[in-house]
Design a protein around this ligand. Structure first.
Ligand code: SAH
Length: 355
C-alpha cells in the first residue's frame, strides 16, 4: 500500500473526515491491503460501541405496487410482468406476531409507493403493532411522503425511517430516475424525517449504472455531513424487466470496502449487511459484518408473496434470508465471532428524541 493511501486511512480514522478528492483517491487506489486495513479499523471502531452484537430486523414487504418508475428497480410502475400484491393489516400484524415469537424486536415495513397506504391506514397499522408489541421498534421504508405525513406516522408510534438517497450526485440521480422524480425532493424528505424525530436512514446503490469514484465520494461526503442513524448500501443487481437489464452488477469487495469507510466516518451508524450483498455472494452477509456492518434484515413477509417483491434478479428470500431461519443465521454469525441479539437495537448516535 502506498504512503498516501495509508496516510488517508489514518486521517480518516483520526478525524472521521476526508475531502471529496481524498475519498475519491481511497476508492480508485483500492487494494486488498487497504481493504484489510480499513476492515480491521472499522471492526475495532464498531466493537467499542456495539461489542460483538449483530442486530436483526424482521423485514415485511407490505406492497410491491409503486407509482414510481426508477430505472433500476424490478417493481417499477412500467414493469407489466411484475405480479402485484398488497398485504392487509391483518397479514402485517400476523407477520409481526410470528416475528415476535422468533425473537425479532424491530419490524421494518417496506414497500413501493402504493397510494392505498394513506396516513390513516398506516397509522392504524402502526398503532396496532405498538399496542401488541410495545417493546418493539417500528421502522418504515415507504418512500417519499409529505412532511405532515411523516409527522402523523411518527405520532402514531413509528420510530425509524429508511429512505436511501440512492446517489448524492444530482446529475447521476437523474440518470437513474425518470424526469418526474426529484433529487431535491428526496433530500428534503431525508431532512424532514430527521427533523420529525425519526432515527433516519439514508443509503446508496454500489455499482449502479454511470456511477464513478467521484459520485461515490459524494455519497461518502453526504453521509459525513448528514450523520444518519442508519445507512443501507448494497450492490446494484440488474433486473431483466428494467431498462438496466444489461448493465453489470456491483461488486462485493467494493461494497465491503465502502462499509468499512462508512463505519470509520460515523462509528455509531447502523450498517446492514444487505440482502443484495447476500444475493451477489453466498458469504456476503459474513463479509459485510467482517467489514464493519452490524445489522441483518431477514425476510418476514408471508412466504406466498416473497418472490413477488423482486427488486432485482434472483433476490434471496428463502434459506437463511428467511426470518424463520434465524437460528441458523445466528450460528453463522457465531462462527465468525458475532452474536445475534433479541433487542430493539437502537442507534447509539445520540440523535434520538426521547419519547
Ligand atoms: N419505495 C421505498 C423502498 C424501495 S426498495 C423507497 O423508495 O425507499 C429498497 C431499496 O432497494 C431501494 O432504496 C434501492 O436502493 C434498492 N434496490 C432497488 N432496485 C435494486 C436493484 N436492481 N439492485 C439493488 N438494489 C436495488
Amino acid at each position: 500500500m502506498n504512503g498516501t493511501l495509508y496516510g488517508l486511512i489514518r486521517k480518516l480514522e483520526q478525524t472521521r473526515s476526508l475531502t471529496r478528492t481524498e475519498y475519491e483517491y481511497l476508492i480508485t487506489h483500492r487494494s486488498q491491503e487497504a481493504a484489510d486495513t480499513l476492515a480491521q479499523k472499522a471492526v475495532s471502531a464498531r466493537r467499542r460501541i456495539y461489542g460483538n452484537a449483530v442486530y436483526v430486523r424482521g423485514l415485511i414487504e407490505i406492497s410491491n405496487i409503486c407509482k414510481n418508475d426508477c430505472l433500476y428497480c424490478g417493481i417499477r410502475r412500467s414493469n407489466r410482468r411484475c405480479e402485484r400484491y398488497r398485504l392487509d393489516a391483518g397479514q402485517i400484524l400476523s407477520c409481526c406476531m410470528e416475528g415476535y415469537a422468533l425473537g425479532f424486536r424491530t419490524f421494518v415495513l417496506q414497500g413501493g409507493e402504493d397510494g392505498f397506504f394513506t396516513d390513516e391506514i398506516l397509522c392504524g397499522i402502526i398503532r396496532s403493532i405498538k399496542e401488541r408489541h410495545p417493546d418493539c421498534a417500528v421502522t418504515l421504508s415507504l418512500g417519499e411522503r409529505k412532511p405532515l405525513s411523516y409527522q402523523r406516522l411518527f405520532d402514531a408510534g413509528a420510530d425509524r425511517y429508511l429512505l436511501r438517497h440512492e446517489t448524492a450526485d444530482r446529475s447521476h440521480y437523474h440518470r437513474l430516475h425518470p424526469p418526474d422524480m426529484s433529487f431535491t425532493r428526496r433530500m428534503e424528505c431525508l431532512r424532514s424525517l430527521r427533523e420529525t424525530g425519526y432515527q433516519t436512514g439514508c443509503g446508496f446503490l454500489v455499482g449502479s449504472p454511470y456511477q464513478t469514484a467521484e459520485t461515490l465520494a459524494m455519497d461518502l461526503k453526504f453521509v459525513e455531513t448528514f450523520r444518519p442513524d442508519m445507512c443501507g448500501i448494497g450492490p446494484f443487481i440488474p433486473h431483466n424487466d428494467t431498462p438496466f437489464r444489461d448493465m453489470p452488477a456491483g461488486d462485493t469487495e467494493l461494497t465491503c470496502y465502502l462499509l468499512s469507510i462508512l463505519r470509520l466516518i460515523h462509528p455509531p451508524v447502523l450498517l446492514p449487511a444487505t440482502t443484495a450483498l447476500g444475493t451477489l455472494d453466498p458469504d456476503g452477509r459474513e463479509k459485510g459484518i467482517l467489514a464493519g456492518a452490524n445489522v441483518v434484515m431477514p425476510n418476514l413477509s408471508p412466504p406466498s408473496v416473497r418472490k413477488k417483491y423482486e427488486l432485482y434478479n434472483n433476490k434471496l428470500c428463502t434459506g437463511d434470508e428467511s426470518a424463520q431461519a434465524k437460528e441458523h443465521l445466528a450460528q453463522r454469525m457465531k462462527s465468525i465471532g458475532y452474536e445475534i441479539v433479541t433487542e430493539r437495537g437502537d442507534a447509539k448516535t445520540g440523535n434520538n428524541k426521547i419519547r
